[in-house]
Each structure stands twice: as structure tokens, then as C-alpha cells.
Design a protein around this ligand. Structure first.
Ligand SMILES: C[S@@+](CC[C@H](N)C(=O)[O-])C[C@H]1O[C@@H](n2cnc3c(N)ncnc32)[C@H](O)[C@@H]1O
Length: 360
């Protein structure tokens, strides 16, 4: 055995321990997703010292499943258990990160991305061997979870923190301008803007017919008549965008997983009025993996990338930029698309996203 293959026993033991820990933490994330979807965290929060039977009744769930979930949560140190009384408790310090009342800080919402991406594991393994990608439709609940996460990261601070990133924008929206949101998903941000600024007109584009239908239904429910959603594939937006048709364009987490991000950005430049503004929310980070070692969500984001953002782009014959395409690549593409001014900020509540205020 050469010197370079000698295994440091201490380092090896520590690594094995870490991987066993990862097994537990990964399991906890799946149980966290289940706890969110079944309403168990909220029920625990509302019923401070509870037995599994009382909790099951309160949440209207099967007691045997609830008890097993509680066991995982107890060994995972999320829930406390008192053997003498058989009662469980969610400490308030944990409840403020795991319950619906904790939103926009509810980390259980993001936990759902792990099981959502795992639904396509077979397709991903196939793509590792054969190339290609995975279409959006294969991901169970993707749009639902994305909309829930977006309500936390974007919706909760849209008026208080995001619009103020662009001085004078609110006044222009009040007077009446033309706004578009590209890759709008279920469209909640656009709907909120449309309701707040009745003098302005709003258009949302997304290629998912189901999501557009959902967005339209919600807009109709709320009586927003200054808002339209259209099913549109943005892959050729560089060629088919109508010149100077919008004054304010937004994309929320919708550039990096496109088939052709540069075509989208070039189309946005073309569709924007000369005094227009493009606001791009996209994942914060470096384009270089070695510069993301200290990223608070590095492994999570590269995993979501490998399991979703990259394959959905590759499936469209795209380049598969990946979730952590990073600031350097984003600047390069924005410049190539013809934009001259780019200002980047981050908001305190959201270490995962950056906000690019971009002008022609
Ligand atoms: C990560 S999701 C973000 C959705 C939404 N903006 C949000 O923040 O909740 C990206 C969205 O882009 C849409 N999309 C992806 N490729 C597209 C394409 N080629 N044309 C139009 N929409 C596309 C997807 O359907 C999806 O709704």
C-alpha cells in the first residue's frame, strides 16, 4: 500500500459518524415534510402536552402513524417526550420554525423539496446513464410546493422589502405601467401586485398549462381584471418578444432552469421599454463550487439542482445551467443580453436568493 492510500483511522471514524448522522438528518427532513403536510406540527403547537391518541384526534389522523412519527421526532430531538405521562411537547423554540403560524420562517415548507425531488429518482438515475432530462410534469407537487415557498420568500416581503429595491417604482406602479412576470408559476406575486396597483396592467407567462389555469382561477376569485395569465413557452422569447411592450419585468427563481436562459434574458431586454426595469430574483451564490463551500445551503441547492433545475432544462434540449449558476454567470448573461446596469442585493430573511435590479 503506498503512503497516499494509508487510511487515517481517526478521520475515517469521524467520517463514518458524520454519514450516520446524515442518515438521521435526512430521515428527519422527510418526517418534517410529512409533519407539515398532515398538520401535525400545528396540532402539536396548539396542544402543548399531548398523548399520541389526543394528537391523532386533534389532527384527525391515524394514531398508529402519529405515534411512529412522534417517535422519529422524539429521537430526532424535535419533540420532547415524558415517559412517565406518555405526553409529547413541541418546544416553542422549535414551533417558531416549523408551524404555519411561523411563516415566512417555516422551514418545514422547504423540507418538502427533498421528497418532491425524490419522486423522480429513477428518472434521474436513468439520465445519469443515458443523458437527457426529466420533464416538469414528472415531479409530484412541484408547483404546489414552489408556490408555498415563494409565498414565504417573495410574497411576505413583496411590498415591504422587494419593491423598495427600485426607488420610484411604487409611484410608477400607482400611476399605471405595464408589468410582466415570466415563469410565473401559480402567479401569487403578480396577483398581489395587480390587486395593490389597479392602474397598472399585469401579464404572467408560464409554459405549464395546469399552473396557468390555477393562477387564472385565483385571479378570477379575487376579481382582478387588470391581470392576465398566458400559457407561453419562453424558449424563443428572444425572437418573439414584442419590443418595448413592458415597463417592469420580473422573474422569481425562473431563469436558471430555463432551456435557454440567455434567450430569455435577451427577450426581456427586447420587451423592456428604454426606461424599464427588470427585477430578477435568483439563487445567491458563486458560479464556482469551491466558493460555495461556506454557502448555508450549498449541498441542498446542488442537490435540488441535480434532481430538478438541471434536468428540467436538459429535458428541453437546454444547457442545464443548474441552480447555483451563480453571480458571475448571471452577470455574464445579463451583459450578453444587452443590459448595462446590474445592482445585486440580498434580503435579510432569505440567505438563498439574490435580487438583481437590472436596467437597459
Ligand atoms: C422554479 S419555478 C418558479 C415559479 C414562480 N416564479 C415562483 O417563484 O413560484 C420556474 C417556473 O418556470 C416555468 N418554466 C420553466 N421553463 C419554462 C419555459 N421554457 N417557458 C415558460 N415557463 C417555463 C416553470 O413551469 C415554473 O413555473
Amino acid at each position: 500500500m503506498s503512503a497516499s492510500t494509508v487510511v487515517d483511522q481517526d478521520a475515517s471514524g469521524a467520517f463514518a459518524e458524520r454519514m450516520l448522522g446524515a442518515l438521521n438528518e435526512a430521515s428527519l427532513v422527510i418526517m418534517t415534510s410529512v409533519g407539515h403536510r398532515t398538520g401535525l406540527f400545528d396540532a402539536l403547537d396548539a396542544n402543548p402536552d399531548t398523548t399520541s391518541m389526543e394528537l391523532a384526534e386533534a389532527a384527525n389522523l391515524n394514531e398508529r402513524y402519529v405515534r411512529e412519527w412522534l417517535a422519529a421526532m422524539t429521537t430526532g430531538r424535535v419533540v420532547e417526550f415524558a415517559p412517565a405521562t406518555g405526553r409529547y411537547r413541541l418546544p416553542p423554540e422549535h414551533a417558531v420554525w416549523l408551524t404555519r403560524r411561523a411563516s415566512p420562517d417555516n422551514l418545514a415548507v422547504a423540507a418538502q423539496f427533498i421528497p418532491v425531488t425524490a419522486t423522480v429518482e429513477d428518472d434521474i438515475v436513468h439520465a445519469f446513464r443515458n443523458g437527457g432530462g426529466v420533464p416538469y410534469e414528472r415531479y409530484a407537487r412541484f408547483h404546489e410546493v414552489m408556490a408555498e415557498e415563494s409565498a414565504q420568500t417573495v410574497g411576505s416581503v413583496l411590498f415591504t422589502h422587494i419593491l423598495p429595491l427600485v426607488p420610484g417604482l411604487e409611484e410608477r406602479l400607482e400611476q399605471g405601467i405595464r408589468v410582466a412576470d415570466l415563469g410565473c408559476g401559480r402567479g401569487a406575486s403578480l396577483l398581489a401586485l395587480a390587486r395593490r396597483f389597479p392602474q397598472s396592467s399585469f401579464t404572467g407567462y408560464d409554459f405549464s398549462a395546469d399552473t396557468v389555469e390555477y393562477a387564472r382561477a385565483r385571479a378570477a376569485d379575487e376579481g382582478a381584471d387588470n391581470l392576465t395569465y398566458e400559457v407561453r413557452d419562453l424558449t424563443t422569447f428572444d425572437a418573439d418578444a414584442t419590443p418595448e411592450s413592458f415597463d417592469f419585468i420580473t422573474t422569481f427563481d425562473a431563469v436558471h432552469d430555463q432551456a435557454d436562459p440567455l434567450a430569455l434574458l435577451t427577450g426581456i431586454r427586447r420587451a423592456l421599454a428604454e426606461d424599464g426595469i427588470y427585477l430578477m430574483q435568483d439563487i445567491a451564490g458563486s458560479s464556482h463550487v469551491h466558493e460555495n463551500l461556506e454557502h448555508p445551503g450549498g449541498t441542498f441547492l446542488y442537490t435540488v439542482s441535480c434532481m430538478h433545475c438541471m434536468p428540467v432544462s436538459l429535458e428541453q434540449g437546454g444547457e442545464g445551467l443548474g441552480t447555483l449558476w451563480g453571480e458571475q454567470k448571471a452577470r455574464e448573461l445579463l451583459e450578453a443580453a444587452g443590459f448595462e446596469s446590474v445592482e445585486i442585493s440580498q434580503l435579510e430573511h432569505d440567505p438563498f436568493n439574490a435580487y438583481y435590479v437590472v436596467r437597459p
